[in-house]
Design a protein around this ligand. Structure first.
Ligand code: CTP
Ligand code: MG
Length: 187
């Protein structure tokens, strides 16, 4: 039971990283972040990365995070279910949400350099780019938080759960987005 709790807590704490991408699909559109510019003959990021997607995605992640903080405050005012305090929690949530879409942009940047067209498949990169972005940014700004909740002792189980769950969630969400007509391909 304890181990299940540790496993699920990783998903809970990373929700602000999981939400921005699907939200970007909903809010995206308009001018691309790279404004159509190219680097060495290929688009820097491509038309799939837009300002509205970035702003809408980060806003959605942060909004959900604030709701999570409010719920946690009700039941665990001392530790906010792992977000520790309101100010630290807010910082962590922002960094996870922003890092998620930075990672997504990093993924697109790499895809374009490899000559992979916008929307074409790039296994591993497509599934994990946002998670890597969130983790990198949170490790830079809140290293002790990440180590305490995802590395030390049994907490490594939280990280393993994430690594297993993320591609599955990614697939489910993309199939839903495709069926709703929000995505042109089911991956
Ligand atoms: N999106 C956006 N702005 C972002 C991220 C995503 O507008 N910063 C929207 C775009 O409509 C995009 C969709 O969400 O097409 C799905 O995102 P993703 O699969 O990451 O982009 P792709 O279109 O597949 O492009 P890429 O090949 O660059 O990953
Ligand atoms: Mg894609």
């Amino acid at each position: 039971m304890d181990l299940l709790y540790v496993a699920l807590s990783g998903l809970w704490l990373m929700l602000p990283s999981l939400i921005p991408n699907p939200a970007a699909v909903i809010f995206g559109g308009g001018p691309p972040i790279d404004f159509g510019r190219s680097f060495r003959g290929k688009r820097i990021l491509g038309d799939g990365k837009t300002w509205l997607g970035l702003i809408g995605g980060v806003s959605a992640g942060v909004s959900l995070g604030l709701i999570m903080l409010m719920i946690a405050f009700r039941f665990d005012p001392q530790n906010l279910w792992g977000f520790e305090s309101c100010s630290r929690g807010f910082g962590i949530i922002f960094v996870l949400s922003f890092g998620s879409l930075l990672g997504d942009m990093g993924g697109s940047f790499i895809k374009r350099r490899l000559g992979i067209e916008r929307g074409a498949k790039a296994p591993v990169l497509d599934q994990y780019d946002f998670l890597v972005g969130s983790i990198l940014l949170v490790v830079i700004f809140y290293p002790d938080w990440f180590i305490n909740h995802f590395i030390i002792g049994e907490h490594i189980l939280s990280l393993i759960t994430l690594i297993i769950a993320v591609p599955i969630l990614h697939r489910i969400v993309n199939i839903i987005g495709y069926k709703l007509g929000k995505k042109s391909v089911p991956w």
